[in-house]
Design a protein around this ligand. Sequence first.
Ligand SMILES: [Zn+2]
Ligand SMILES: [Zn+2]
Length: 101
Amino acid sequence: MIVTDLSNSFNPVPKNERKKNKKLIDDKKHDCEYCGKKNCWTNKHHIKSKGSGGDDIEENLIELCGACHVKAHSGEISKQELLKIVKRRKRKWKHFLRFLL
Ligand SMILES: [Zn+2]
Ligand SMILES: [Zn+2]
């Protein structure tokens, strides 16, 4: 089998579906909160894993691009670093204080 369009394998939405789902795609594109990469595919990462009691709260979630997400899981990016970024989200500082207490 000859693969003619490799780019397809990197996009979860098939070409003919993209237009229809433009809103959906736009909603899923974010800036990586760690490296600052703009408009990329990000995933919410649990700073404290759900397995160790992490909650689905904003203070425990960070938008990471694929590369940073892998680093976060391998330990190359420490939890402390991620928590610092979360802390910097100024408008949510009150919630963060609550998280600390
Ligand atoms: Zn990144
Ligand atoms: Zn993750």
